[in-house]
Write a protein that binds this ligand. Sequence first.
Ligand code: FAD
Ligand code: SIN
Length: 538
Amino acid sequence: MKLLAGAPGWTVKADVIVIGSGVAGLTAALNLRAHNLSVLLVTKAKIDEGSTKWAQGGIAAALGPGDSPEDHKRDTLIAGAGLCDVPAVDVLVTEGPEAVRKLIAHGAEFDKSETGEIALTREGGHLRNRILHAGGDATGAEVSRALLAAVKQDNGIEIIENALAIDVLKGKSGAVCGVTLHVIGAGTIDGIGRALARSVVIATGGLGQVYSQTTNPSVSTGDGVALALRAGAEIEDVEFIQFHPTVLWRDESNKGQQPLISEAVRGEGAILLNDKGERFMVGVHPQSDLAPRDIVAKEIFKQMKEHNTPHVWLDATKVKDFKDRFPTIYQSCMENGIDPTRQLIPVSPASHYASGGVKVDLNGLTSVKNLYACGETACTGAHGANRLASNSLLEGLVFGTRIAETIAKNISPQEEPVEDRSPTFLADSSIKMPLQLAMSQGAGVMRSEKSLNETLALLEKLGTHQSNSPRIENWETSNLYQLATAIVKAALIRKETRGSHWRSDFPESHTNWQKHIIQSLNDQGIWSEREEVVKDGA
Ligand code: FAD
Ligand code: SIN
């Protein structure tokens, strides 16, 4: 199955194509250069667009005195609620410190304490202060700046901006040998073209835009996961959508990207209050306001229902030097008429992170030859049912490096693409908003068989609104449509509550559900599902 698109009018070539210019794509590109492979880096908007530059809290790594990868592993496994693949967590926490040191060597500057050491803070689910941050709450911007500076210096990396990857190209052997691209450019590289390569790395980030309110930027339409699905690759655990508990609540009519109030604000002493001014996290979990994210989001949702309010409150008035420690958050609160040093901040959960994604092995390889996935797009198994705070930037750094090493070792000759005669699909962009609303309503923080079946029925109806006009909005909407369908189907299959998957009709976790749900789509657009037991590392 492929998206409806015109015939390619031009061809470009490189050893490896990297799709996406966030922490994952940039890290993979830089490390591929260390192996002397030529890289074509394509990115669908400006090069710094994507979730990475919005990251606030920081990067988790066991670098502080008394901390260890073992301790980081313990916290990651607890947050992951029994669904983390232990070998993937081991890779993340043991290779994490070195990956962060390499980032520092690339010029990333992290905030320092008064004694000149890297300052470490805490976020939900961490039992130690192990979060490095930059510019107070502008960690992602600094990570992006440092990696981009290094990438731009390298003549072996060709960058094409405003280049949307549509589908993969495959050779006679069935292996991936390139992608179709739509470029809004100039001269010869404009419109639809073919980019050919010996390996392709998908690093297209998250899919927050499947929901009507999200912390994710507008580019986060899950293109890479949908593209991988259409290429025949397996996807894993997509029902685990993480809802960030503390997103600035403005009003119901605000759709799309919403301002985040970092968990680090609670790490520095802020507390959650209900409409009666009562603390409600104390007694719910030993870490109270700093419990893992899924637990806090659920409790907020319960409080909102009980008090019939659209939000709860975050009291950050006692946080020391708020304006200097959290300049971005201070500014976005002030722009919305709230002075966080004196007033309570209205917050509610919004879609934030896809813990699942394209199923990959420990080297980022998908189930399709020569196709790799990295960063939020991928499911390495390290996050389980709920990603631990600040483990995402780290995952991009660690697995971006591993992918490059693996590609360098296994690079195959360039194949010529064969014609793909499978059926085409193109959703009309008019269904985007109803789709997002339906997903928030029926497949959001809390789901049930009834709400999911209603959502699926509505999606089926929306899917009949096809377009014959290949353009960006329709391609993106098609990707959102396929992912929404995958999320709802997986959420229906998982008849339990675990991590960020909360079924009101199955409120308990069951050990017989300690397995991954893996989905795929065949050439004709027919879905298959299978289950795989969690890897315990034994
Ligand atoms: P992204 O950074 O999202 O990059 C994806 C890239 O792919 C973009 O360049 C995009 O334009 C491009 N792209 C997408 N589709 C296509 C296509 N079809 N063709 C070509 N290019 C395409 N994580 C942490 O660890 N710590 C934090 O403090 C933190 N804070 C966060 C705060 C916010 C507000 C948000 C939204 C996320 C936060 N996260 C945090 C999560 C983390 O930022 C992301 O998971 C991570 O940055 C993802 O990196 P990535 O490289 O996978 O994707
Ligand atoms: C935050 O700063 O609260 C977000 C951290 C993350 O998503 O890891």
